[in-house]
Every structure is written in structure tokens, then in C-alpha cells.
Design a protein around this ligand. Structure first.
Ligand code: PLP
Length: 378
């Protein structure tokens, strides 16, 4: 059986470091905002090349808090208004759109570029030009591949709107040699166990160079209070766990190595699958892709049959994501669409992600390749 990821293998490969880190927490018993939180914030800020990094309880909470901090800073109010629109992609995980609604604003869904799976900057430009009350852009670096951040930042400057990056799938990826998540006004990361840098439970992180936004984020993760029992803002109980920070500190030293291994596996897949009539392989821009997912487009209505064949041969595969956000009941009510979202809808029917676990061996990679070739009679 070849699975999408192998958390047991990841644990076994770092067992002494993780066990030691967990044991240390039991000795100091500082479960809430213990010393590991500050250490992780320091090390991730330095790794990402940002002034501030703030632990949060999940990637979703990191997104919500980043947006809430921007509402407070830019509007002087706790929440955005329903009239405030934030441009984002419908081809993402639910939490991206949900966070915008939780922060009080309306997601404005703009179609993707089918080559990158990410927001199409030309359409973002059109939306900014024609739709009133756009306050921000929330690009998602889907599958670990950077969006065109030059274009997005250029537009943000031109129209004076903020940029919050959803970097849940892209820890360690770069755009023109800058770590993604450090390029917009704020970046929101997830440490969900399956992410490239994953904890043993939920966790997240906010990254920013802005002192004020960092201070607001620190307040919002702990009830909006500077002094413990005197809240200034409407905050959350959304701190990162000490235990998760300890485990993440043990895994951080190998993230580059594991991302590099993901790229090596992707290279083998690309080499094996390029030019095949029924498949389109990923085509990264000027960026270092971290292949949170290796995602093919399967053409000619063959996706379901391919997935079934892989399953029969003991190989897992996944569809990220089968339903674009604007097609979901909640976002039909709380979101807005910009024009036709044809590519998002088309790709939802075509995408298939193959196993790309950093600790899978070359024989397993070859087995996946052979099985796909068999199915396609290559
Ligand atoms: C995982 C993910 C999130 C949410 O992160 P959680 O830690 O699960 O809350 C948000 N956006 C994207 C694109 C994700 O993949």
C-alpha cells in the first residue's frame, strides 16, 4: 500500500528529537505559551525572513486573525463590513473563504490560471478595476506553488489594498528567492499534521513585517488582552500549543531536506508523465515549488477510472478539491463571483494528486509511475 503520506515514517525518522522535545514539556509543565512558543516564533521568523511570527491554534485561525488585525488597523473597527470585498480563489480549501466571512468581509471569487492552479493576475486586475469596495487580496499558494506575487503586489500597490497570503500548503517555498508568506502584508501558515511542516494536532502561524499588525495578532490569539483581564479587542482563544511548538521545533531542521525530496519525486513524475495525451503535469512559475501535493490534470473524463485503478493496485490518490468554493451553499450566500469561473470548475473535475511523501523510496515512486503508465497503456 502506498499512501498519500506516512506520518509513522516521519515520526520514526525523528523519534529521538521528538521524544526529547515532548519530555522537556512534561518537565517544565508550561502548557500555555511555554518557552517553546517564543523559540518557534524566533526560528520561523528567521527562516521566513520576516520581523515577526506569531503562533496560532490552526491555519484557519491564523487566516482569521491576520484579517481581523487588518480590519482593526485599516478600518479602526473590529470587523470588516459585508460590503468590503476580499479577492480570492474559489479553487482552495474551505477555510480560505471561511476566514474572510468570519472577519466580516465578502469573498470575491476570481478565476484561476489553469497552468498554475492559482489566481489569474489579469482577472484580479479586472476585478480591482470594476468592482467597488475591494479592500484586499488573499492569494493561495495551492499545492505549495507560489502565485505570481510580483503581479499581485503590483496591483495591491496600485489599488492600495492589502495582501494576505494563504501559505498553508507552502512552508519553505519561494518566489524569486523570497520565502512565500513573507511577501504580502501578512502570511498565514498551517501546521496541520499532513502539511509539509506538520505538528501532531492543529497549529498555525502568522508572519508579518508590520509591528502594529504583529502586536494586534499577539493580542487576538489570547482574548484581545494586553493585560490578562482587560481586553482591548474581541479576541480568541487561538494560541499555538506549547507541545505542538516543541514538536515543530524538532521537525523544522529537516523541512528543507524533505521539501527537496518532494521536488526530486516530482521531477521523476514529471519526466515520466510529460507529453502523455491524457495528462497535464504541473508547470511552476519562477518559484521553488514545495509540492505539498503533486497534482495532475487528467483529461478526457479518465480521472475516476485512473483513481479506481490506482486504488486496486494499492496506491492512494486524492482530489483537492472536488467542489470550488462558489459552488458551496455557504459561499453562494456569503460570497460573490467575478465573471465566469470556468477554469476552477473544469479543474475540479480533472485534478488528481498522487502520493508525494518525502520518505517514500524510489521503488515506491517507480511503482506509482508504472501503475499510471499501465492504466494509460504507455
Ligand atoms: C490546510 C489549509 C488551511 C487551513 O489550515 P488548518 O490548519 O487546517 O486550519 C487553509 N488554507 C489552505 C489552502 C489549506 O490547505
Amino acid at each position: 500500500m502506498i499512501s498519500m503520506l506516512d506520518l509513522q515514517a516521519q515520526y520514526q525518522s525523528l523519534k529521538p528529537e521528538i521524544d526529547k522535545a515532548v519530555a522537556r514539556c512534561f518537565l517544565h509543565q508550561q502548557w500555555i505559551l511555554g518557552p517553546e512558543i517564543k523559540e518557534l516564533e524566533k526560528q520561523t521568523a528567521s527562516y521566513l525572513g520576516v520581523q515577526h511570527s506569531i503562533g496560532a491554534s490552526s491555519g484557519t485561525d491564523a487566516l482569521i486573525i491576520a484579517l481581523r488585525a487588518l480590519a482593526i488597523k485599516t478600518k479602526g473597527r473590529e470587523f470588516f463590513d459585508r460590503e468590503d470585498k476580499i479577492i480570492t480563489t474559489p479553487f482552495t480549501f474551505t477555510a480560505t473563504g471561511g476566514a474572510i466571512v468570519h472577519a466580516g468581509a465578502t469573498p470575491l471569487f476570481v478565476d484561476i490560471d489553469p497552468n498554475t492552479f492559482n489566481l489569474n493576475p489579469d482577472l484580479v486586475a479586472k476585478a480591482l478595476k470594476t468592482v467597488p469596495n475591494v479592500v484586499g487580496i488573499l492569494p493561495v499558494h495551492l499545492y505549495g506553488q507560489a502565485c505570481d506575487m510580483d503581479a499581485i503586489l503590483g496591483l495591491a500597490k496600485q489599488y492600495n489594498v492589502f495582501v494576505v497570503e494563504d501559505v498553508a500548503q507552502g512552508f519553505g517555498a519561494t518566489w524569486n528567492n523570497k520565502k512565500i508568506g513573507s511577501i504580502g502584508h501578512m502570511g498565514a501558515f498551517s501546521f496541520f499534521p499532513s502539511k509539509n511542516l506538520g505538528g501532531c494536532g492543529d497549529g498555525g502561524l502568522i508572519a508579518t513585517d508590520d509591528d502594529h499588525l504583529a502586536e494586534l495578532s499577539h493580542l487576538l490569539v489570547k482574548h484581545g488582552a494586553k493585560e490578562k483581564y482587560n481586553a482591548i479587542h474581541l479576541g480568541y482563544n487561538a494560541r499555538l500549543d506549547t507541545l505542538q511548538a516543541a514538536i515543530l521545533l524538532a521537525k523544522l531542521p529537516v523541512i528543507d531536506e524533505w521539501n527537496e525530496r518532494r521536488r526530486k519525486i516530482a521531477d521523476k513524475y514529471n519526466e515520466a508523465f510529460k507529453g502523455l495525451a491524457d495528462l497535464i503535469i504541473p508547470s511552476p512559475l519562477a518559484s521553488e515549488h514545495v509540492y505539498h501535493q503533486y497534482t495532475l490534470r487528467v483529461l478526457n473524463d479518465k480521472r475516476e477510472a485512473l483513481q479506481q485503478y490506482l486504488k486496486e493496485q494499492g496506491i492512494s490518490s486524492m482530489i483537492y478539491y472536488p467542489i470550488p468554493l462558489h459552488k458551496m451553499k455557504v459561499f453562494a450566500e456569503y460570497g460573490q463571483v467575478f465573471g465566469k469561473l470556468n477554469y476552477s470548475e473544469q479543474l475540479a473535475e480533472q485534478v488528481l494528486s498522487l502520493p508525494i511523501e518525502p520518505l517514500m523510496n524510489d521503488e515506491e515512486v517507480q511503482q506509482v509511475i508504472r501503475t499510471v503508465h499501465e492504466f494509460l497503456h504507455v
